[in-house]
Design a protein around this ligand. Structure first.
Ligand code: PEP
Ligand code: MN
Length: 337
């Protein structure tokens, strides 16, 4: 349920209203938007007497929120959420390009790739230290050492770093990571989500391989219910009957999420397609559809990559994508960076 407040309401009146509502067993959070100020109610609102709330001086109107996701619902927060990552904004008029290898493999590889993507205009660095691999015999990542190498690459380039967490027991290792990625395979690892809700780091929540948009938003809700509002949603393709591409990019999810939620939306055209040749057209499409950022796999030498070489761009290919992307981002009134 949301309570829309009158424009001229003062602080004391709003506090009194919050008390009145919280006495009825719900939590009320104030959200000041550009066009309206709102109180978002979470909890069992069934016993709230709407007539009584409407009768309060400060109240313009009351609306029930039918959807099961509340805090990430656009109705709760009409303005776009803008997440600050080391001074760079995800959401709003800024557009971020996260680039880097699938896995961190060694110091030369990550530093060389980080420098190359930075030179081409990337604004953040990705790299997996804990890798979710289908085969237990495949390269599993460098774990703690991988995170240390990412931090070295950050020190060398100034790029904020994004890396995936697979288990809660590793959370301490992520203390200096700028964005924690929850991978597709962990989108519904609810215990992990609950704990990430208790930290204040930005979370990149990837869509599960076969999850609906509503299930995905409910996972975002898990993180936000714990108090962490810094959640970005990453569309990375879903399982369909199609086999020509690794997954099928659900491009319609991008504008739809923008309607349903206020959270920033990121697109991963690399995992969505598995094909380097599709990264550029789908990156451009994502910009037009309203994405706030892209996450693209780039490797200094894709043919030698220990994971996802086939979908990783060379630094030159990435630089060509950036050259096409920049005017497209500017055309829709945003700026990269
Ligand atoms: C990744 O980003 O390296 C990754 C494993 O992605 P996903 O969880 O989307 O498969
Ligand atoms: Mn990968």
């Amino acid at each position: 349920m949301i309570v829309i407040l009158k424009q001229n309401s003062n602080k004391e009146q709003v506090e009194n209203l919050i008390n009145l509502l919280e006495q009825q067993g719900v939590t009320a959070t104030g959200i000041n938007g550009t066009h309206k100020n709102i109180l978002g109610l979470v909890g069992d609102t069934s016993s709230i007497d709407i007539e009584n709330i409407m009768a309060q001086d400060v109240v313009e109107t009351v609306q029930r929120v039918q959807e099961p996701y509340k805090k990430c619902n656009r109705k709760f927060h009409p303005d776009d959420t803008i997440i600050d990552v080391c001074g760079k904004k995800v959401g709003g008029k800024q557009f971020q390009v996260i680039a880097g290898p699938c896995s961190v493999e060694n110091e030369d590889q990550i530093i060389e790739t980080a420098e190359a993507v930075k030179a081409a205009g990337a604004t953040m660095l990705r790299g997996g230290a804990f890798k979710p691999r289908t085969s237990p015999y495949a390269f599993q990542g460098l774990h703690a050492e991988g995170i240390e190498l990412l931090l070295k690459a950050k020190a060398a380039t100034g790029l904020p770093i994004v890396t995936e967490i697979m288990s809660l027991e590793h959370l301490d290792l992520f203390a200096d990571v700028d964005i924690i990625q929850v991978g597709a395979r962990n989108m519904q690892n609810f215990e992990l989500l609950k704990h990430l809700g208790k930290c204040d780091k930005p979370i990149l929540l990837k869509r599960g391989l076969a999850n609906t948009i509503e299930e995905w938003l409910m996972s975002a809700e898990y993180i936000m219910a714990g108090g962490n509002n810094n959640v970005m949603l990453c569309e990375r393709g879903i399982r369909t009957f199609e086999t020509k591409t690794r997954n099928t990019l659900d491009i319609s999810a991008v504008p739809l999420l923008k309607q349903l939620s206020h959270l920033p939306v990121v697109v991963d055209p690399s995992h969505a397609t598995g094909l380097t040749s599709l990264v550029e057209p789908l990156s451009l499409a994502s910009v037009v559809c309203g994405a706030d950022a892209l996450i693209i796999e780039v490797h200094n030498c894709p043919s030698k990559a220990l994971s996802d070489g086939a979908q990783s761009l060379t630094p030159k290919q990435f630089s060509d994508v950036m050259a096409k992307l920049k005017p497209q981002v500017e055309f829709i009134g945003k700026t990269i960076g």
